[in-house]
Structures are given as structure tokens and as C-alpha cells.
Design a protein. Structure first.
Ligand SMILES: Nc1ncnc2c1ncn2[C@@H]1O[C@H](COP(=O)(O)OP(=O)(O)O)[C@@H](O)[C@H]1O
Ligand SMILES: Nc1ncnc2c1ncn2[C@@H]1O[C@H](COP(=O)(O)OP(=O)(O)O)[C@@H](O)[C@H]1O
Ligand SMILES: [Mg+2]
Ligand SMILES: [Mg+2]
Ligand SMILES: [Mg+2]
Ligand SMILES: [Mg+2]
Lengths: 216, 340, 340, 216
């Protein structure tokens, strides 16, 4: 297997994969949100990524991947609303900014971008790991990506590790007591339910692995 | 007990198009009072921007009607931003609303304390400021069912929001400066406490069925306005006991002195008949009387709802002369109107 | 499908005491506007009797709030008689109300056409006349879902009742004589038609559960306001089709000419969110527009309800200059207020 | 068996028996009314007869039976509401008036009184037999009472015949299409349900038989 060519097209493909995977899981995400929130996470994320897909399709080519991500993030901010809109919008915009104007993304920059994304979410939402939010899927994913690369893994391996970490992190939210977001209003009653935002985060990380792996 | 199979029927065409169609209905029903910006999902006071007056903007997810669109008009809001059902609006809406109502004296954002609302309003305020609008924000967090803490999302904004919109709106109408108007909203938030109880769940157009299950003899104690379950579940009880359950945490937090005059607001969550809301108000009146608190102003009805949820919330606001006068000042909106 | 086991929870203390407790709540919530005669279960305008003014009395079973108690005040009713839930009040109440509001110019009874209401109001009028009060009565029967005939109970009185109370009330406030005021109510009844659809049943405090069963995909077409089933059951459909279903029999009966101006009243039966009522109003507006009928005045909200029933009714009233001016005249009641 | 002594006490006993029998059948009557009406017939009639019982208990003795019936009827009018209040109030008042000031009621006067009651209901409510109302139980009862007496039966036999006729009449309302009262709004859908008012009427006629039969 040759070196991966992660570029603007990869990012567009990632966003399309997010759109389809989330639309497919829409009802599931909404059910998770119904249990400890307000039953809109599925429609929020579906609406947002559908808008991103449409927006990216309308662009002329030639944008570097970082700019594509910034555009995607801004589109999420403008179309999602709720907690997840600003948080995911910020995540993608921060990731995009960290990529600068580069035409292709090196594995190390990918790790930088994911860390920047998580940092943006934490800065805006002030959630700590363990608070039962998307951070509980995203932080382990970013950590695993970096660790795999540091350990000599290639991008494919590192993204697989990130995906596994995100999924583990997602499942780990089940026993947590929510301290941020709407689920926190439930107090003890939030325990025993998987966080919807951590679930969509795991879906988005899995879509990234798929987008990069599908590199022709 | 599972009610997963239960269906809640609705008058809709397309679940994804409910809000714009309802906004078109508002525009058709209240010409002269408001205009509607369908692209940005805004309800705007017909004569906005009012030159020299502080503009008031609020907003939030839809499904809480008449909040906020029903409170746009003279003496209350200048614009309301409507999000998807139970979903905070997006920053672009708040920016567009702020620009549309800025009469040169700045714009106040009245924001209910939910993560989504807080973040989107914050970004919206930044966008508006980038375009030269002076913005101040006040956060409403009056729901004593939620424990406050630095490390959580904090209390929710519920019933006091209606009161803040009315009272700050009156201050703006009377020529108050941006900081004076913001101070009134803050004062309302400081002096008001709320608590809600649900007897049933509700269904969003896209959820199709009830958001949570509730046994035939159970009630949700400490609910918000987004169909989320409450702090705890209790056995259904006579109205008298439920009102005790609701007043206790409110009074514990508000600690009114003997002889305090309050505005008592018994709010329906959407699916409770007005008959029962007045019965609850009677209980509130009796129980407050027993504790030496007297009701000087009142509001009874469905003002901040959770779709068709059966339930009610109680909000008490400690009055002083300023707030009483602001309450009595004219207001002309679709849902609250007097003096005009 | 049986929902017999289904429980509808309510905020009550004792099913037999709901109405008096709610009336006490109304008294506490609206001092200055109304007073309440608890013994006779009456809501009376605070300054009644108004000397020289025709008194307006209406009433009916409880469970339709804000009808009628919420419409007592300047420019509308002088007194409302509250029966048990869904049960017409008794003649003694109408007699006491008539005496309480007679300012020397006579009293108009606005009676919804149900056997119970008709008989009890008739006896009440006789009692009042025995005591020297001049009484005129107008029967409201605007519901086109029911076929009229000499050999049946005839059409029901529904949404037009609210409009008649407002418009006749304005005429009385403006100094109209008993026959002039009665003529306005009759005119409203002649020019208004209504039709209702339910998406769910409702439960009275004593029935405990839903009055009728409705499948998850069924709606009741042609319902009244007492929880009774409708004329027929249909499959649930998009709002657009339901509005067509409702407007058709109304327009067939009303036969408005091209260019006719109407007051369009989209009324919630209690359990339908305002969001959906505005969405329905949008449909009404679009569909009337297509037929050359224009909406000159409107009313959207829960004004004549059937406890927590999910559903809505549409009432169209053909306007002329007199009715339009009477609609715009000031009204100051708990549920309808403008111009003051 | 000696001649029956139907007097004021009999009437009071009848009213008490109505109160208890109807209170017992309250939920059943309400269910019948839920099917084709507004689910209040049970509470309406219970409230009314409880008030009658209370009212009669508060009276000094010495009123002739006709006056007792008039008082009972007026109490129903003042406490029931709905369609059944004025109709039953009128029925009892008309029956009472037809009894005049007599201290005891002869069988023939009983038949007159029942006919007067039915005539009062028809005059006020304009229902024809077959319209699916209380008239469908009351008219046959009055007819049967008169026919049994005309045929030489004694009061006990005649009241038994009246009770049977009322019950048959009540059951006969099931297949009828309602043309009066709230059930008429249902049109064809009223078919197949027993009329609540005819049901309470049958209960009231049965209570009369029992009250007279219980004559000490
Ligand atoms: N402060 C926060 N920091 C990080 N993530 C958060 C925060 N608050 C909420 N979330 C995430 O957002 C998700 C809910 O998103 P969504 O349902 O779309 O918005 P809302 O809660 O406004 O309805 C939660 O499941 C959680 O993962
Ligand atoms: N016009 C009428 N004539 C005779 N009986 C009637 C008439 N209308 C209704 N009824 C009787 O009244 C009964 C209903 O009484 P009730 O439920 O107490 O009153 P409402 O219909 O006002 O709720 C019906 O079942 C029917 O027997
Ligand atoms: Mg949510
Ligand atoms: Mg939400
Ligand atoms: Mg009734
Ligand atoms: Mg009935």
C-alpha cells in the first residue's frame, strides 16, 4: 500500500459519508436523545450534514482541504442549531484552520487537526472527559490517532485505532452521570443511557476512516 | 411499561416543514402586528426598527408557543428567532434579527440557559457585533428543579423568560438604555423561580411518539420544556399535594419575607385544560396565603409550552414598585395584550 | 383497539369539586375584572350591573375554557354560568346571573344549541322573567358537521358562540337595545359556519379515561366540543387535506361570493399545540385565497375547547362593516383583550 | 295481599331507591353516555337524586305525595343540568301535579301520573318513540301500567308489567338511530348502542316497583 493521498476530495467524501451514515442512524440518534434529552439529535445532525453535502457540491473545485473543512463547519453552525451545531461547527472549523492551505494532509497534520477540533469543542462547551458528551468519544479518538502514529503506525492503522477508541468512548458514556448538556438535568437518571452526541461522534470518526481508506 | 408503539397525531404536512408553515400562519394571522422573515425564521415587530429604542431579541427551539413569536410587539420583543422544534436557532438568525431591530440604541438578547441556546446566541451576538450592532445578553435560569453548579450546564430558563420579556420590553418601550433594559431582565431572573411537573410526555413532529414513557399512575417532577424527563418520578397525587411539591423548592430558594408581594404565574405545558390551570392557581393562592405571601399580579395560561405535554409550571416573581409598574404597562402582542 | 385501560391524569383534588375550585382560581387570578358567585357558579363582570346597558349572559358545561368565564368583561359577557363538566348549568344559575347583570335594559341569553342548554336556559329565562327581568335568547347552531332537520336536535353551537359573544357584547357596550344586541348575535349565527376534527379523545374528571377510542391512524371528522365522537372516522391525513375536509362543508353551506371578506377563526380543542394551529391557519389562508375569499380578521388559539382533546375547528364568519367595527371595538376579558 | 297504601312515604322511599340504584350504576351509565354522548349521564343523575334524597330528608313530614314529587322534580331541575335535569324534573313535577293533594295514591292515579310524566317529557323534549331517548323506556312503561290495570291486574302486577316494558324499551334502543339529544350528532354511528337515558329510566321504573312492593 502506497502513501495515502488525503486531500480536498477526501474531505468531501468524508462529509458525504457522514451525511449518509447519520441519515441512516437518524432515528437511532433521536431515540438516544429522547431517553436523556429532547429527541432532536438525529434530525439536527441529519439536517446539518445534508446541508454540508449540498454546500460542498455547489463549490468549484480547487479549495484546499482545510478550507473545505472550514466551509463545512460554518455550514453546520448555520444549519444545525442546538448544542451540536456550534460544537461540531467549531470542531470542523478548528480542524480546517489547523490544516492551513496545504493541498494534501500528512498523517501528522491529521492528528494535529483532530486535536485542534477536540480543543475547540472543549473550549466552547467546557466539558471534561467523563461528563457524558461527544468529548468522551472525540478525545480518545484524537489520543489514539496520535499514539498510533507515534508508535509507527501508518494513517490507515491510526485511523482504525481512532475509530475503535471513539466507539469504546461512546460505549463508556453509558454508565456516566451527565454533567453537561441537556442530559445533566436528569441527574442520576442519566445513568444507563448512551450519549447521543458521543454516538454521532463515533459515526463521524468511522466515516473518516472509511473516507481515507476508500482513497482510489 | 412501554409506550413506544403509541402514536401522537399532529396537524402537519411534512415534519421538516412545520416551523416555516407555522410562521407563515403567524404572518397571515397578525398582519399589522408582526412581519415574518421566512428565510431566517424570524417574527419581527411590524414597525421595527423603532428608532432610538433598545431592540429586544429572543428565540429558541419551536414547540414552546406562544413563546417567543407570540410575544413580539409593542412593549415586549422586537424579534423572535424560531429554531427547529426543541432546537435552538442558529447564529445567523440572531444576527439577522439583531440587525433588523436595531434602532441605534443597541439590542438585548434574552437567552434561556440551555447549552444550545447559549452557544448559538453567543455566536449570533458576535456576528451582529461584527456588523456594528451593540449587543447585550441576559441569561435566564430560573428553574429550581435543576441544581446549579459551576461544573454543570446549570439551571434551565423557563417561565421567568416570559416575565423578563414583558418587563424588559416595557422598560425599552419607556426609553430605557441598553444597560437599563438588561438590568430589568437580570432583576427578573434574580427574583423569579420556577418549577414544573408533567402528567404526560409529548411528541415532536419527527419523533412521532411520546419522548418518554410514564406509567398510568406516575408523574414527572421537575420537568423542563423540551419533553425531557424530570428530576424524578413520583406517584400521581391530588392537586394540593402537587402544588406543595412545586412551591416548596421555589420558596426554599426565593425565601420571600412575610408580606412579600409576588407575581404568580401558573403556566400550562400545552396539554392541560385551562380548567385545571385555574384550579392549580387556586391552590397556589391558598398555599401562598398560608405562608404570608400575597399575590399582587398573576398570569394563568399556556405561555411557555412543551408541545402537547400535560403538565404545568409555577413561577413566582418577587415584585417591587418598578416591576409592578412595568408589568402594568401596555403590551400589544399576539399572546399578551393590554393597555392597547 | 381498546384504550379502556388508558388513564388520563389530571390536576384535581376531587372530581366532584373541580368546577368550584377552578372558579375560585378565576376569582383569585382576575380581581378587578370579574367577581365569582361560588354558590351559583357564576363569573360576573366586576362592575355589573352596568346601568342602562343590556346584560349578556351565556354559559354551558365546564371543560370548554376559556369559554365562557374567560369572556366576561367589558365589551363581551356580563356573566357566565358554569355547569358541571360537559353538563349544562341549571335554570337557577341563569336566573341568578340575569338578575345580577340586569342594568335595566334587559338581558340577552346566548345559548349553544344542545338539548340540555336549550331546556335549562329556557327554564332559567322563565324564572328571571318571573322576577321582572326582560330576557331575549339567541340560539347558536353553526356546526355544519351536523345535519339540520326539524326532527332532530339540530346543529350544535360551537365556534360562532365566541364571535357572537364578542360582537353582541360590543353592540351592548355601545348602547344597543336588547333587540339590537340580540340581532347582532343572530346575524353572527346566520353568517358563521364551523367544522371540527379531533385527533384524540379527552377525559372528564369523572370518566378518568378517554371518552372514545381512536386508532393510531384514525381521526374523528365532524366532532363537537363535548368529547362526543364525530360524524365519521377517517384516516389521518396531511394538514392540507384535513383543512380541505373542513372547509368544504363550511363553504358549501356559507356559499361566499367571490371577494367576500371573512373572519377566520382557527380554534384549538385544547390539546393541540399552538404551532399546529398556526400551521392550520396558514392552510386556511392559502385555500381560501384560492377560492377568492379573503381573510380580513382572524383569531387563532384555544378559545372553545373540549378539555385536552387534540383537534381543531374552523369557523368562518362573513363580515360586513358593522361586524368588522364591532370586532375591532375594545374588549377586556381574561381571554380576549384589546383596546384597553 | 291487601290493598296497597301508596303514599308520601312510598314516594320518598322510591326516591331513595332511585338514589342508591343510580349511584350504583353511575359508571355504567357514564360508559353508555361515553359511547354516544358526553360521558356525564351517570354523574348527572347521581348528583340529582342524591340532592333529592337530601332535600326530602330535610322536609317535615305531612306533605302529600304529589307535593313530594313536585319537590323532587324541582330539586332535579336545580341540580342536574344537562338534558336529563329539565326532562326528569318536568316528569316528576307533572306526575306530582296530576296527583293533586291526595294523601294516598290509587292505582288508576298512578297510571295517570305516569302518563302525565311522559307527556311532560314529550312536550318539553319533542322526542317521538323510536328517537332513542328515555321516552322509549317511559312510554311503554306508562302504556303497560295502564293496560295491566285495565286488564284487571293489581298495582303490583301492573308495576311489574311497567318495569318489564321499560326494560324491553331500554333494550330496544340499541338498534335505533338517535334523532334527539346528543347521540343524534352521531347519525348512523349511534346505532348499536343502548341509550343512557332510557337505561336510567328503566332503573327508575324498577325502583318504583320496588318501593311500592316494599310497602310494609
Ligand atoms: N457542553 C458540551 N460539551 C460537549 N458536548 C456537549 C455539550 N453539551 C451537549 N453536548 C453534546 O450534544 C449532544 C446533544 O446534541 P443535540 O441533541 O443536537 O442538541 P440539544 O441538546 O441542544 O438538543 C449531547 O448528546 C452531547 O454529546
Ligand atoms: N329531546 C329529548 N327528549 C327526551 N329525552 C332526551 C332528549 N334529549 C336527550 N334525552 C335523554 O337524555 C339522555 C342524556 O342525558 P344526559 O347525559 O344527562 O344529558 P346531556 O345529553 O345533556 O349530557 C339521553 O340518553 C336521552 O335519553
Ligand atoms: Mg437534543
Ligand atoms: Mg434540542
Ligand atoms: Mg352533558
Ligand atoms: Mg350526557
Amino acid at each position: 500500500m502506497g502513501p495515502l493521498n488525503v486531500n480536498a476530495e477526501t474531505v468531501s467524501r468524508w462529509m458525504s459519508l457522514c451525511a449518509s451514515a447519520i441519515a441512516e442512524q437518524r432515528d437511532y440518534l433521536t431515540q438516544l436523545d429522547a431517553a436523556i434529552g429532547d429527541a432532536d439529535h438525529g434530525s439536527n445532525m441529519t439536517r446539518g450534514f445534508a446541508a454540508v453535502e449540498e454546500k460542498l457540491a455547489s463549490l468549484d473545485g480547487g479549495m484546499p482541504p482545510g478550507k473545505v473543512l472550514i466551509t463545512a463547519g460554518s455550514t453546520l453552525v448555520s444549519t444545525v442549531g442546538g448544542a451540536s451545531g456550534p460544537l461540531w461547527g467549531t470542531a470542523l472549523r478548528r480542524a480546517g484552520r489547523s490544516l492551513g492551505d496545504a493541498e494534501t494532509i500528512e498523517p501528522a497534520s491529521l492528528a494535529d487537526a483532530m486535536e485542534a477540533a477536540v480543543a475547540g469543542v472543549v473550549e466552547l462547551g467546557a466539558a471534561q472527559p467523563g461528563d457524558k458528551t461527544m468529548v468522551d468519544a472525540l478525545q480518545p479518538a484524537a489520543d489514539a490517532l496520535r499514539a498510533a502514529l507515534n508508535g509507527g503506525g501508518n494513517a490507515t492503522q491510526a485511523l482504525a485505532a481512532a475509530r475503535t477508541a471513539a466507539e469504546d468512548g461512546m460505549r463508556a458514556t453509558v454508565p456516566m452521570l451527565a454533567r453537561k448538556g441537556r442530559a445533566s438535568y436528569l441527574g442520576e437518571r442519566s445513568i444507563g443511557h448512551q450519549d447521543p452526541g458521543a454516538t454521532s461522534a463515533a459515526i463521524i470518526v468511522a466515516a473518516l476512516e472509511q473516507a481515507v481508506g476508500a482513497e482510489p | 411499561m412501554s409506550v413506544a408503539a403509541q402514536v401522537v397525531k399532529k396537524f402537519i404536512n411534512d415534519p421538516d416543514n412545520v416551523v416555516p408553515e407555522a410562521l407563515a400562519g403567524i404572518a397571515a394571522a397578525h398582519p399589522g402586528l408582526v412581519r415574518v422573515d421566512l428565510e431566517n425564521q424570524l417574527v419581527i415587530r411590524a414597525d421595527a426598527p423603532v428608532q432610538g429604542k433598545v431592540g429586544l431579541v429572543s428565540g429558541g427551539g419551536s414547540g414552546h408557543e406562544p413563546l417567543h413569536g407570540g410575544f413580539v410587539g409593542l412593549g415586549m420583543l422586537d424579534a423572535a428567532c424560531a429554531g427547529a422544534v426543541f432546537t435552538s436557532p442558529v447564529p445567523d438568525q440572531m444576527a439577522a434579527a439583531s440587525k433588523a431591530v436595531d434602532g441605534g440604541a443597541g439590542v438585548l438578547h434574552i437567552v434561556k440557559n440551555y447549552t444550545g441556546d447559549v452557544l448559538n446566541f453567543k455566536m449570533g451576538a458576535e456576528l451582529a457585533e461584527d456588523e456594528g450592532v451593540e449587543v447585550a445578553s441576559v441569561l435566564m435560569d430560573d428553574d429550581v428543579a435543576v441544581q446549579d453548579s459551576l461544573y454543570t450546564a446549570g439551571r434551565r430558563g423557563v417561565g421567568a423568560t416570559v416575565l423578563a420579556e414583558k418587563l424588559a420590553g416595557a422598560r425599552a418601550e419607556a426609553g430605557g438604555s441598553l444597560s437599563e433594559v438588561a438590568d430589568v431582565a437580570k432583576k427578573v431572573n434574580d427574583r423569579a423561580r420556577s418549577f414544573g411537573v408533567a402528567l404526560s410526555s409529548c411528541a415532536t413532529p419527527s419523533s412521532g411518539g411520546p419522548i418518554f414513557d410514564l406509567g398510568p399512575d406516575e408523574i414527572e417532577v421537575g420537568v423542563g420544556i423540551h419533553g425531557e424527563p424530570g428530576r424524578r418520578r413520583a406517584k400521581h397525587a391530588p392537586a394540593k399535594e402537587i402544588v406543595e411539591m412545586m412551591l416548596e423548592p421555589i420558596l426554599e430558594d426565593l425565601r420571600p419575607q412575610d408580606g412579600t408581594k409576588v407575581l404568580a404565574f401558573v403556566n400550562g405545558l400545552g396539554g392541560t385544560p385551562l380548567l385545571e390551570l385555574y384550579l392549580l392557581f387556586n391552590e397556589v393562592n391558598l398555599q401562598l396565603g398560608d405562608r404570608g405571601v400575597s399575590i399582587a399580579r398573576s398570569l394563568v395560561g399556556n405561555y411557555i409550552t412543551s408541545l402537547e405535554m400535560a403538565g404545568a409550571s409555577i413561577t413566582l416573581l418577587t415584585l417591587d414598585d418598578q416591576l409592578t409598574a412595568l408589568w402594568d404597562a401596555p403590551v400589544q402582542t399576539a399572546a399578551l395584550r393590554w393597555g392597547r
